[in-house]
Ligand binder design. Structure first.
Ligand code: WT7
Length: 680
């Protein structure tokens, strides 16, 4: 299996390196508490395929560096060129006003997101080009051309207006993956209402909290969504949420499944009834560049969700530019980002980025393993997908399901692959490259956050040689560094804290309603710099390797280790499907590592295997990273977006109980089993 293809010499180099202090923070003579020790040993490197580079927008590192320099030295020219490709009703007076931590970009300009995504393409041939190709889980396919999408968006914007929604308001959207979700988002931007999309997998309670915090006036939802062959009763959940949401005046319900739901007279309106007969003439509001675009809630590891607040002009420019550069987007592409629109990835890279580029964006309603585990590959083949963008957690699931599923299909239409959401372990990266990409497609590992609004660190596929597990280099215009606690830059390969040193257009403007928390969370660690919360290291080529959230860093025997690297080593073992590493207090060592491991389909749990895995880690990365304890578990507790909730595992490992907030947990049964100690 491809999983095993770590070259023998690299494994040998690995143990030699781990033993050598030159590769650790210790070598730099700094207090361990100021840095993070890196134990990663990945050395493979892949040049962009020549045929890809030949036609790519940016085809060499030299060109990349030139752009980077231009952005630093002449920002007016750099941003002016990019922004100039979009439509502005009124030009900006000033590129940037920066009173840390508050930024305003394209100051004084007037523009509109929906106009740029739609109207701008209607004059030419793209009028009849597919903007969105949608596939429902049961199998139906709908195509909306740019003209059709424009028509629907204009009408729905008038529906919102007819309910009294203005550019001062916020509209909550609680839907599954249907084109109407994108239509609702675009309609909001047309009239200048901020949208607050709440992931359809969230509970009534989570929905209510997010509606109330954003003070939304209207909720757009649907009767039910299809997922893994069953219906997710969205309207039922909405009804429960709406018992405690004083700001909501109206609820619009799109009929998707036709299932029986309650409609409350006066408050609830059917989408199709509101749309019937309403005018399709809708002027796009001329909105200030700093006008609200959206609020999107991130769970955060503890406490109350944060309403990440984004504004128009900066996101317009950055979604457009990053999609163009990182995906090298072309008119001929059929592009598929598998993210749900409930996440920021769905905002920037299912809806805005592709539409701003006049591209064709594929949208899929359901689960990747419905009716069978080859659904994605079946879709890639049938739709001729050329660019495919997904999450490492999905890739590891595909690996677990086996190569047989992708092998059933012709995947030769693919020309570029992407990942986002967490560090990708090198073995998954290699599997993705060979099994899905046929060793032919570059992989863009894209690092960013809900807070950054768009991709910040990623290869340019025609220019940047890639290394499995590294997001490589910051995009032109993005000024990142890896620093110690005291703010000094780390030496090559010394792990530290990832910061962004200058403002960028799509940065969050604040946390909705809480400037103080905004300042404390992101701007109190380093004066004038944005703190990402991630640990990272920069290698000798300047490549960035994300080591995970610093909250998850474990301290063993005086070494601070990023969990991602230890987990990566565990999942490189052929018997392991997924792993999460946490620390629990230990009388002797201060802390001991506990690894929660879910096994590959063909593996059997046994004490011998536990021992073997401990030895495997010791061999691969050194004795300091050897887990004290291995616990097997069928499933690990994850957020709905696929991130492992190490905080919960930490609690289980240390106290056997969980006390913190679990509203963002995907599958409660995984937690129940762990809590009961039911794992093998
Ligand atoms: C956190 C942000 C970005 C949209 C989806 C997640 C982790 C994200 C990568 C990557 C390593 C990554 C970071 C980041 N992360 N992408 N390519 N490599 N880590 O958005 O929920 O706001 O999470 O996800 O830890 O801080 P989010």
């Amino acid at each position: 299996m491809a999983k095993k293809n770590r070259p023998a010499e690299s494994a040998a180099a690995a143990s030699a390196e781990a033993a050598s202090p030159a590769h650790t923070g210790a070598a730099n003579g700094h207090d361990h508490n100021t840095t993070i020790t890196s134990v990663s040993t990945e050395h493979r490197k892949f040049a962009p395929p020549e045929s890809f580079a030949e036609t790519a927008r940016i085809s060499s590192l030299k060109e990349y560096r030139r752009l980077h320099r231009l952005a630093d030295e002449d920002p007016e020219k750099f941003w002016g060129k990019i922004a100039g490709e979009l439509h502005w009703f009124k030009p900006w007076k000033k590129l940037l006003s920066w009173k840390a931590p508050f930024a305003r970009w394209f100051v004084g300009a007037k523009t509109n997101m929906s106009y740029n995504c739609l109207d701008r393409h209607l004059d030419g041939w793209r009028r009849t080009k597919a903007a969105i190709i949608w596939e429902g889980e049961p199998g139906e396919v709908r195509t909306l051309t740019y003209a059709q999408l424009h028509h629907e968006v204009c009408k729905f914007s008038n529906v919102l207006r007819s309910l009294g929604v203005t550019k001062e308001d916020t509209v909550a959207i609680y839907m599954g993956m249907v084109p109407e979700a994108a239509i609702a988002m675009l309609a909001c931007t047309r009239i200048g209402a901020a949208h607050n999309v709440i992931f359809g997998g969230f509970s009534a309670e989570a929905l209510r909290e997010r509606i109330n915090d954003s003070r939304a006036k209207v909720l757009v939802t649907q009767d039910a969504a299809f997922r893994r062959g069953t219906e997710v009763a969205l309207k039922d959940a909405a009804d429960r949420a709406l018992t405690g949401t004083p700001t909501i005046e109206h609820c619009i319900v799109y009929r998707r499944s036709g299932s029986q739901i309650a409609m409350q007279a006066g408050r609830d309106h059917w989408w199709h009834e509101m749309m019937a007969g309403i005018s399709a003439k809708s002027k796009a509001e001329q909105l200030d560049s700093e006008h609200p675009l959206y609020v999107l809630y991130t769970s955060g590891s503890t406490g109350k969700p944060k309403g990440i607040f984004h504004t128009l002009g900066g996101n317009l420019v950055w979604s457009y530019y990053t999609t163009r550069m990182v995906f090298d987007m072309r008119d001929e592409d059929t592009y598929w980002c598998t993210a749900d629109i409930g996440w920021v990835t769905g905002h920037a890279y299912v809806v805005y980025g592709p539409l701003l580029n006049g591209a064709t964006s594929l949208m899929y309603e359901g689960a990747p393993n419905w009716p069978e585990a080859d659904r994605f590959w079946d879709m890639v083949e049938r739709h001729g997908v050329t660019i495919f963008y997904t999450a490492p957690t999905a890739i590891r699931a595909f690996m677990r399901w086996g190569e047989g599923f992708p092998r059933r299909h012709d995947l030769s239409s693919l020309r570029l692959l992407g990942t986002v959401g967490e560090p990708i372990n090198p073995e998954a990266w290699m599997w993705y490259r060979s099994t899905i990409g046929g060793d032919r497609c570059p992989i863009v590992d894209t690092w960013w956050q809900t807070e950054t609004g768009g991709i910040m660190i990623a290869p340019l596929p025609g220019a940047t040689p890639t290394k499995p597990g590294s997001a490589t280099l910051p995009l032109p215009g993005i000024d990142v560094d890896v620093v110690r606690k005291d703010g000094t830059s780390c030496a090559p390969n010394e792990g530290g804290y990832l910061v962004i040193k200058s403002p960028w257009p799509s940065m969050l403007r604040t946390i909705h309603g809480d400037d103080q928390r905004f300042k404390e969370t992101y701007w109190s660690h380093y004066k004038g710099w944005y703190f990402t919360g991630d640990g990272a290291r920069r290698d000798e080529d300047g490549y960035l390797w994300i080591m995970g959230r610093v909250d998850d860093v474990v301290n063993v025997a005086g070494h601070r280790l990023g969990t991602a690297e230890i987990e990566s080593s565990l999942v490189a073992h052929k018997m392991v499907a997924e792993a999460a590493v946490v620390a629990r207090p230990d009388e002797m060592k201060g802390n001991a590592l506990v690894a929660f491991v879910s096994l590959a389909a063909n593996a059997t749990a046994s004490p011998a295997l536990k021992e073997e895995l401990r030895e495997h880690v010791a061999r691969e990365i050194g004795a300091i990273a050897k887990p004290e304890e291995i616990r097997f578990s069928d499933a690990l507790p994850k957020t709905r977006s696929g991130k492992i909730m190490r905080r919960l595992l930490r609690e289980i490992a240390s106290t056997g109980q969980v006390s913190g907030d679990v509203t963002t947990l995907e599958d409660f049964s995984s937690l129940e089993k762990l809590r009961a100690g039911e794992e093998e």
